[in-house]
Design a protein around this ligand. Structure first.
Ligand code: NAD
Ligand code: GLY
Length: 355
């Protein structure tokens, strides 16, 4: 990793905030938090993989700056993103007598960010929180935009709330400890952004696949965050264009669920994009050459393009998807290499995309 350039992207949401991307930002965390919350108690929420690397130093920095800090660490993994774990967390927050003036810091990947964000959204009807994404996927996607949730037995992210953080502080040096598999996981979401009117990102990734050219990660994160900001600012609560961010997710969520989360989110999104693109080719909505380019890009990032999960299982999960409204479901169809469109189809029509 090179340089210490700081990028600040302002998100003009109902509660505006900045996303700061800076190598070494964790060492300077209090410089960013002090102006926003000079005096308060702080809870740092993290998971069992991330905490051993970063919790002590973040906690020490905050305490050194005068904050009283407690922490809550839960077992790493998607299976922890559930209602029981959430309740344990908010019970702990109550036991610590945290008040409405206090602050939660979500230190981790998308699982920590989604669950801790939901705790912040609902504890005492809402307290401020800061997202500190430590996975590539969280840096480019889940830490930005204010979607928080836990999974229910019936499906992914079914119990949640919109709650924008007061700051997103991304320190790309934390990715040095991220396992290779999780780098690839993040690349699934990154390729997705290319299909949301950022074709230049696709070209860049073709020439320099991120998994081999990791020194470009800060710039790639900034590009994805800007793309997400542009969409979230138009449609914060997903009544329209924000649904485009779900490219690859309709089938992807089904694959995640049917595999009992053995297939991780970004991998499932990669497969989901290919399945939807194959369906789009069959429906005459996408050029076959664009599908081949998408597959090649996904393969260049060492991600899968096929699954052994059955069509029946994928479609069953789609029925429980949040984009499903009775007989119809809103899907995201790639219509050219670098562009996608929203479409409302019946569940029967959706099945024809998987034929
Ligand atoms: P994750 O949080 O489980 O992180 C992946 C793995 O990497 C975990 O084992 C974690 O402990 C580990 N890890 C994270 N940072 C690390 C680091 N720096 N060093 C070592 N290990 C580290 O999963 P994820 O891929 O970050 O996020 C996936 C989750 O995000 C899913 O639940 C998905 O639904 C959600 N998501 C939410 C949104 C949103 O808008 N809210 C968007 C996309 C995805
Ligand atoms: N990752 C989907 C969204 O933020 O809307």
């Amino acid at each position: 990793m090179k340089g210490t350039v700081m990028t600040r992207i302002h998100i003009n949401a109902s509660t505006p905030y900045d996303v700061v991307i800076e190598e070494g930002a964790l060492q300077r965390i209090t410089d960013y938090i002090k102006p926003l919350k000079p005096n308060c108690r702080v809870i740092i929420v993290s998971d069992s993989n991330v905490a051993p690397h970063y919790l002590d130093s973040v906690k020490a920095n905050m305490e050194h700056a005068g904050y009283t800090v407690c922490d809550y660490v839960f077992p790493a993994g998607e299976s922890s993103k559930n209602a029981h774990q959430l309740i344990d967390l908010v019970e702990y927050m109550a036991a610590q007598s945290l008040t409405r003036k206090d602050l939660l810091i979500a230190l981790g990947g998308g699982v920590v960010g989604d669950m801790a964000g939901f705790a912040a959204a609902t504890y005492l009807r809402g307290i401020d929180y800061v997202q500190v994404p430590t996975s590539l996927l969280a840096a480019v996607d889940s830490s930005v935009g204010g979607k928080t949730a836990v999974n229910l037995e019936a499906g992914k992210n079914l119990w949640g709330a919109f709650k924008q953080p007061i700051l997103v502080l991304c320190d790309p040096t934390t990715l040095n400890t991220l396992p290779d598999m999780e780098w690839k996981n993040g690349c699934g979401e990154i390729i997705k952004y290319g299909f949301l009117d950022v074709p230049g990102l696709l070209t860049q990734l073709e020439h320099k696949p991120l998994i081999k050219h990791r020194d470009s990660v800060s710039a790639v994160i900034a590009r994805c965050v800007q793309a997400k900001a542009d969409i979230v600012e138009q449609d914060e609560r997903e009544s329209g264009v924000r649904a485009l961010l779900n490219l690859g997710h309709t089938f992807g969520h089904g694959i995640e669920k049917a595999s009992h989360f053995e297939v991780h989110h970004g991998y499932a999104v990669a497969i989901g994009m290919v399945l939807m693109a194959q369906g789009a080719v069959k429906h005459g909505e996408l050029d076959a050459a664009a599908l081949e380019k998408l597959k090649a890009l996904i393969e260049a990032h060492d991600l899968p393009t096929t699954t052994t999960i059955t069509k029946k299982e994928i479609l069953a999960a789609a029925k429980h998807d949040k984009k499903s409204e009775g007989a119809t479901i809103k899907i995201v169809v790639p219509t050219s290499y670098g562009h996608s469109e929203l479409k409302v189809v019946t569940h029967e029509e959706l099945a024809t995309y998987l034929d």
